[in-house]
Design a protein around this ligand. Sequence first.
Ligand SMILES: Nc1ncnc2c1ncn2[C@@H]1O[C@H](COP(=O)(O)OP(=O)(O)OP(=O)(O)O)[C@@H](O)[C@H]1O
Ligand SMILES: [Mg+2]
Length: 397
Amino acid sequence: MYNRIVRNVPAMRNPFRYGEVVRGDRFGGRERERQELMADILNGQNVVVISPRRFGKTSLVLEVLADIADSVPSAYVDLLRVPSVEHLPSALATEFARLLSPGDRMIDRVRRLFDDLALRPKFGVDEAGRPTVEFEPGASAADIGLTLDGLFQLPGRIAERRKTRVAVVFDEFQSVVDLDTGLPARMRAIFQLQADVAHVFLGSRRHVIERLFTGENEPMFRMAKVFPLGPIPADEFGPFIHGRFVSTKSPISAEAVERILSITGGHPHDTQELCYFTWAETSANGIYPIPPTAVDRALDRVLDAENARYGALWDRLAVSQRSLLVALSRESDAGVYEAKFRRRHRLGEPTSVARAAGRLVDLEVIAPVPGPGAVYRIVDTFLPAWLRRLMAPMGDR
Ligand SMILES: Nc1ncnc2c1ncn2[C@@H]1O[C@H](COP(=O)(O)OP(=O)(O)OP(=O)(O)O)[C@@H](O)[C@H]1O
Ligand SMILES: [Mg+2]
């Protein structure tokens, strides 16, 4: 069924990418989410997109903003790149200046917009010719607060002036509380009056973000529609993966695609990573269409690549935590306090298992599975395979 083809192909670029934002033909599936988010923004609806790390929040939002760029100007603020609240006014001002129409981006027009702020801005242009706005360091907390209030109002004023909706994205929004615990209340007071501004908040520390937006006593309570982002379903990811392989003249078998998705469960980043290694494995002089065994070899390469990261985690764990983790890598649907499970995996008393589980949950290495019984799963896609490889007898490796 599989033919070995000796090929002399010009060097092709790996069609998969992981670790950075993906756009255009590197972005797959998510058609429903794309339409829904687009409609929300066009309606001026505030949205909070929540998912675990590396599920594709930033990629999705940037794709949607590009789709509607002609009718909705947008600003994008990545709060992870704002080291302290003193840096926030410059970051906001520079991004918000980009909401102006190109005709309004003349320095004197930009200047007028920032005229009535507590702090005096300095204006410039970046390499791409876009306006930049900076504030002098060393301002008092009170002046920074007043300036932030003024800046938070700008998107609303620009929307009014341009007679259009505008979108303002805050990426890594969970960091807002690290900058200043009073910021969410400050934002809410102003954002809730801005009918023509769609605020899009992206966040990955689920408990922090959910508490902020769904806790009754929290300042952002009911401020935004909750938009959970899950894995990419197999019927969307499968054709995308297939298409990417074919686009580089590397046909892949349906079984191999299935194998990839059964390992990753459609986790966007980890699927692209496994695809990347599968493509690299077979591109030199592989067997086509690519068989599932190539995916297994690629998984081994992924584990090699991630070895340092998993090794560092392993080093940090206490013996009881390691034992529980190994047990879960072998058997993931049993209650961890069950006598049989504890005996089979030599886990000791329930109190010690509980302590180990609690610590691993805090470290976000494992997560409780909703439902009856104390069932946990390992969060990281490839960690179970790494643990099984670590525990395999030497001869099996
Ligand atoms: N729609 C998609 N199609 C294919 N791959 C995707 C898609 N979305 C995300 N990915 C993969 O996931 C990786 C992470 O995407 P992205 O940075 O957008 O996620 P994120 O949720 O914003 O991550 P972080 O939590 O680090 O901010 C990308 O590098 C890419 O490999
Ligand atoms: Mg992101």
